[in-house]
Design a protein around this ligand. Sequence first.
Ligand code: FAD
Ligand code: MLT
Ligand code: ZN
Length: 479
Amino acid sequence: MTADPDARAGRDRPEPEAGPEDALVRALVGVVGDRHVLTDPAVTAPFETDWTRRWSGRARCVVRPRDTAEVAAVVRVCAAHGVAVVPQGGNTGLVGGAVPVAGGVVVSLTRLDGLEPVDVLAGQVTVGAGVTLARLQEHVAAVGLAYGVDLAARDTATVGGTIATNAGGIHVVAHGTTRAQVVGLEAVLADGSVVARLGGLVKDNVGYDLPGLLVGSEGTLAIVTRARLRLVARPAHRVVALFALDDLAAAVQLTAHLRQRVAGLTAVEYVERAGVELVVARAGVADPFAGRVHAAHLVVEVAGAEPPAEGLAAAVADAPAIRDVAVAEDGPGQARLWVVREAHTEAIAAEGVPHKLDVTLPLARIAAFRAALDQLLAARWPGSRPIVFGHLADGNLHVNVLGPGPDADRLDAAVLELVAEHGGSISSEHGVGRQKTAYLHLGRSDADRAAMRAIKRALDPDGRLNPGVLFPASSPAAT
Ligand code: FAD
Ligand code: MLT
Ligand code: ZN
């Protein structure tokens, strides 16, 4: 019930209903101590609105356990009081999954920030769910290793949150998504029991793969408390290049060309003219081509034990349709090129609350989808501003549409239907959250959805964990 000095001031919001909160709060204080049960609206506000500002709700309170035993006890207290539990890591999620839209107790995992020594023999490390990606990278860099997942929210996004969303990021082309990094997990189930696979055994096929099931479960099946993670070699050298191209079709061709010829490709990221203009205007990013305008761009990173710049230059010598290129071999130069891509999310947010649709398309159809998207928006939402970028090697586009307000619900539906028509996925790396619960049928069959509901009912029969996420709040999955 403490005021957190670091917390941002809250907005005017209605007081929570009077009632049995006191008993709930007293019981939670009994578990984690007075300082770690937050009830002051000015203090809880940052935990109650998501990063996009599109989703918010009022928490009964925010509780900050420090270890697995406290998380388990908090879950049991919430169950005894019939209260929903909303797990939260860094609250950088972009689909409304970590905020208490449907009420409940927010369980913030950021105090579970333990870093165990790196197991150099196995190339693995065990860390707490609340460790940020940046701290994890720093920790393992000390022994010459790296973690295979990286993304622009690295300073705040947590290991637990990235596991719960199966986050992708910029290095999927080299190392796969978060799922591919998780060797084992420890997690608290809805009844407060703890399951753990932290022994680091890469081969361990004793029945169902519970850690695998929890990756991407968005806090609806369990609370992740610790993770055993695979590590990768830390490359000695890297080169970053920004290629300018005529359009998305040319970017797809160049991606295929690079995939065939370049060993050590660690990122292939796509940005368009509208996005580059926005980051130059909004985020103070230096114009990479000093006024020379191009419709499409790829940020390409190659890493290796030897300096890879020459190899990249040779590989693109016969590549089609490169209009311009900027290359950086030193750290500051590489940061200047990367920021052109990584500043997109913040620059868009500075313009307003966008419709943010994270989707995957087959690379063979991605350019046709992109053209159809412009036609759709021009016909139905004239004046809307699409800012499209993404992880092109994975076929992952981040479709951001500025202009129409968040209540223009049909816009999300129309874009996701277009994705499905083109053989794509409506949820690439951010998750379903609250944003896409109504559209699961566009990505999963009746039988798939029934199996998912059966798993939810089996592991969380009272629908206590993150109700309204993944399945609609009224879904029978939750009962
Ligand atoms: P939160 O936002 O706190 O939670 C996300 C979900 O996980 C919620 O459903 C929550 O209930 C659940 N959850 C959190 N912790 C736990 C836990 N310990 N146990 C169980 N459930 C839990 N995402 C990408 O995939 N790729 C990107 O490239 C990328 N770039 C981004 C760039 C920016 C600038 C921003 C703001 C976001 C970006 N994201 C990206 C989205 C976001 O960072 C990821 O979804 C990330 O995985 C969320 O981590 P978090 O700790 O902030 O989780
Ligand atoms: C990114 O790749 O930058 C993100 O996933 C964030 C976004 O979609 O805005
Ligand atoms: Zn992304």
